[in-house]
Design a protein around this ligand. Structure first.
Ligand SMILES: NC(=O)c1ccc[n+]([C@@H]2O[C@H](COP(=O)([O-])OP(=O)(O)OC[C@H]3O[C@@H](n4cnc5c(N)ncnc54)[C@H](OP(=O)(O)O)[C@@H]3O)[C@@H](O)[C@H]2O)c1
Length: 230
């Protein structure tokens, strides 16, 4: 039986390319997007018969509850959760004088939204015999690599990395492997046109961790399948 994956923020950028690559790998995919119109447009652009669309805004608890019930009724389990949705590389913010409301909004999606997704879907991942959670993080959140730039975004990804470590330990007995991935600096709306990496390269970095075997690592931080510093 083919595996089932769910990708958040699947209507554009790295998320859409991850959906495309998973589908090509023969995995059934639920492409999710906060806008129904944009999600359906992305779905149509793929022309794949193993991809379905469902609306999902990860900053909205009700929307998360709805997709979790829909998955339960439609499939009964989930194999791969790709927490890709993310916002706001806040280059204009400074740690000494931030727009704190803006920082909080960033955390609401990048950290709390992703955490709520994990909480809601872990019961379905436990029903898989090879559950995987991939948190799409960023080198910007690495405490070792961190520079004084985009504080709200960077701290939200550091917190996300902390979530990866704790979930990996708590889910060890359930054989659910949980890892963070940095896709590198990728040409997307967020990454901008100066980014050196293509969508294919960024998505492939995410896929390498999504498709690790059962004896693969858990609680790590990877780029292109190789460990990187926290
Ligand atoms: N690009 C890079 O260089 C780079 C580097 C390191 C890490 N990353 C990470 O990679 C991931 C994807 O980035 P990207 O470059 O592809 O960004 P992007 O082009 O800006 O796309 C972001 C995606 O997230 C969705 N999204 C935002 N808020 C959401 C919410 N509340 N609920 C559901 N979906 C939501 C967006 O939907 P809408 O279309 O509705 O806005 C869009 O589909 C992010 O987590 C980002 O932090 C990117």
């Amino acid at each position: 039986m083919s595996k089932l994956a769910l990708v958040t923020g699947g209507n554009r950028g790295i998320g859409l390319e991850v959906v495309k690559q998973l589908s090509k790998a023969g995995i059934e995919v639920v492409l999710t997007a906060r806008s129904e119109d944009k999600g359906l447009e992305a779905l149509a652009s793929l022309g794949s018969n193993n991809v379905k669309f469902h609306q999902l805004d990860i900053s909205d608890r009700e929307s998360i509850q709805q997709i979790s019930s829909w998955l339960e009724n439609e499939y009964g389990s989930l194999d791969i959760l790709i927490n890709n949705a993310g916002i706001n590389y806040d280059k204009w913010n400074k740690a000494i004088n931030p727009n704190m409301e803006n920082v909080r909004r960033t955390f609401e999606t990048n950290f709390f939204g992703t955490w709520n997704m994990c909480i809601a879907l872990i019961p379905l991942l436990k029903k898989s015999d090879a559950g995987r959670i991939v948190n799409v993080s960023s080198g910007a959140g690495s405490l070792n690599e961190m520079i004084a730039e985009a504080p709200g975004y960077s701290f939200s990804k550091s917190a996300l990395n902390g979530l990866t470590i704790q979930l990996a330990q708590e889910l060890k007995m359930d054989k659910i492997l949980v890892n963070s991935v940095c896709p590198g600096w990728v040409k997307t709306d967020m990454g901008g046109i100066m980014a050196p990496r293509s969508l294919e390269e960024g998505a492939s970095s995410v896929l390498q961790t999504a498709l690790i075997p059962s004896d693969g690592p858990s609680g790590g931080f990877f780029r292109d399948g190789a460990p990187i510093d926290w």
